[in-house]
Design a protein around this ligand. Structure first.
Ligand code: ADP
Length: 500
């Protein structure tokens, strides 16, 4: 009979299905049939389970809650019930199942039992769970990032998610900002030309938009931000789902950059100002020298008696004028030297030279003055060593040291000029028994315009440039100028030069 053949075939088919548990229950819920899938999922062989109530497959909690009975009742009422939940295998282990129970009725409509189809969803569930966990981890990660504002916009630009970094950067708590339009982060000048709209239009068109600019915090303050907007599309349809916005606060970086620019600008300004000052000093000194030389020259002529005899008083007055003129000339020369050096306009002609010769040359210039001042000048030591230097500049330094020694040593004192040499260097010490220099001033006296103990009322020669110039000259020639001194005992200035 075709029908019975059909039924057998159908039975065979059902029994051999391995991916679904398909079995029949009688009207009270006892198992009537069992297929390969049922055996595979639940672990019972047909003879172990047929005749037993289907609530065996439910957990104790579900049974206590009357779930199996309720499902049958629902199936009777609605013809069918579907459920997803934990079921128990023979060995007591659980699996996640999708269950469909269908009421079976005969031609008269009388309930004869139920068909139960169960699918083991453990794997799908595990996969879904893994996905959920990874999504959750990712969400947590994004959520907790503090240095980047990361949030999402819907396709029209309303905020739909908000992370910790965004809250920190912009000052809004999530509930204050979710649902708001993102244009509120922009300053008025950007809103005026609808920059926010433009940005999401570009992101929609190109997939991505990057920008750097001012953004506004909740409290109205501004911060300099780098912003990347990325369009998100549904993977299947390609439909625009919204945008991610990643914002970085660059205020600190920008402040640092501005600081650098400002510092560079100041240096440039200072250099310009310095150069202007040097140029001014140079031209001033030069202009002053010309008339001073004229004064000196005419004083000399008067003293030489070209206009006839002078009284001794007149002679003395002219001598005084002459000394003042000389003194002024020294000061002006210092200023000129200093400004030339500052402007880098000094050239050096370095050659091998005899230290003894340089000392002798300078000593001859000051001997008379030392005697006048009642000072002993001891220059007996010689060396024979050759050094590398620009002779006029070496003499300038020595002259300055000797003039200072004479200036700061009282009558009856002693000034000694001694050459010395080491393996690589040689030089001269100018030692005096004068007033000395306080220990805390031995460095500052080399700075321009520094004079120790000078007050407006103490008459004093010089402007405090001699040592500055001397040290600069010495260093430019590869040497140095240093001092050792004790107040009331004396000072020893040491000029070092390279040996040839
Ligand atoms: P100036 O002699 O024009 O004041 P310097 O630069 O030559 O300028 O010297 C700076 C200061 O150093 C002097 O004003 C003085 O206070 C101090 N000084 C220099 N040489 C000596 C010295 N031999 N003994 C004591 N003090 C000195």
């Amino acid at each position: 009979m075709p029908v019975s053949v059909g039924l057998d075939l159908y039975r065979l088919l059902v029994e051999s299905v391995r991916d679904y548990a398909i079995f029949a229950l009688d009207a009270t819920g006892n198992v009537l049939t069992w297929n390969a899938g049922a055996e595979r999922f639940k672990g019972y062989k047909a003879d172990e389970i047929i005749g037993r109530h289907f609530s065996t497959f439910y957990s104790e909690d579900d049974r206590a809650a009357g779930k199996p009975e309720r499902e049958l009742e629902t199936a009777i009422e609605h013809e069918r019930v579907e459920d997803e939940g934990w079921r128990i295998r023979k060995d007591g282990s659980r699996f996640w199942a999708n269950v469909v129970i269908t009421a079976l009725r005969d031609e008269t409509g009388t309930l004869v039992g139920f068909a139960k189809v169960t699918r083991d969803l453990s794997e799908q569930r595990a996969a879904a769970e893994a996905l959920r966990q990874s999504e959750q981890r990712f969400r947590l990660l994004v959520q907790s990032v503090r240095d980047y504002g990361i949030f999402m916009l819907d396709p029209t630009g309303h905020v739909v998610s908000w992370n910790e970094g965004a809250a920190r950067m912009k000052g809004y708590a999530p509930h204050e900002i979710l649902g708001q339009h993102f244009s509120r982060f922009y300053p008025p000048e950007d809103l005026a030309w609808e920059k926010p709209t433009m940005e999401i239009e570009v992101a929609t068109r190109d997939g991505r938009f990057e920008d750097e600019g001012w953004r506004i915090r909740k409290d109205g303050t501004r911060f300099w931000a780098n912003v990347v907007i990325t369009a998100i599309r549904e993977p299947t349809t390609g439909e625009l789902a919204g945008f991610t916005k990643v914002t970085r606060d660059l205020s600190e970086r920008r402040a640092a950059e501005l600081q650098k620019i400002e510092a560079a600008r100041r240096v440039a300004l200072a250099e310009t100002a310095n150069k202007a000052k040097s140029d001014f000093l140079a031209s001033m000194s030069h202009e002053l020298r010309t008339p001073l030389n004229a004064i000196g020259g005419y004083a000399d002529l008067l003293l030489a008696g070209v206009t006839g005899g002078l009284t001794s008083t007149q002679c003395e007055y002219i001598e005084r004028m002459r000394r003042s003129q000389q003194h002024l000339l020294v000061i002006i020369n210092d200023l000129l030297n200093f400004s030339r050096m500052e402007a880098g306009r000094v050239s050096y002609d370095i050659a091998a030279m005899s230290l003894d010769d340089a000392i002798a040359g300078v000593v001859s210039m000051v001997e008379a003055q030392a005697m006048q001042r009642g000072l002993t000048l001891d220059t007996s030591a010689t060396t024979g060593v050759m050094v590398l230097g620009d002779r006029p500049k070496v003499e300038q330094i020595l002259l300055n040291l000797l003039s200072n020694a004479m200036k700061f040593t009282d009558r009856g004192g002693r000034i000694t000029v001694t050459p010395f040499e080491t393996a690589e260097h040689a030089g001269v010490r100018v030692i005096d028994s004068g007033i000395g220099i306080p220990p805390d001033k031995t460095e500052s006296i080399f700075e321009p315009f520094v004079q120790v103990g000078r007050t407006l009322t103490t008459p004093h020669e010089g402007v405090g440039l001699g040592l500055t110039i001397s040290r600069d000259l010495a260093r430019a020639m590869g040497g140095d100028l240093t001092v050792r001194s004790l107040p009331d005992v004396g000072s020893s200035f040491e000029l070092t030069l390279r040996r040839r």
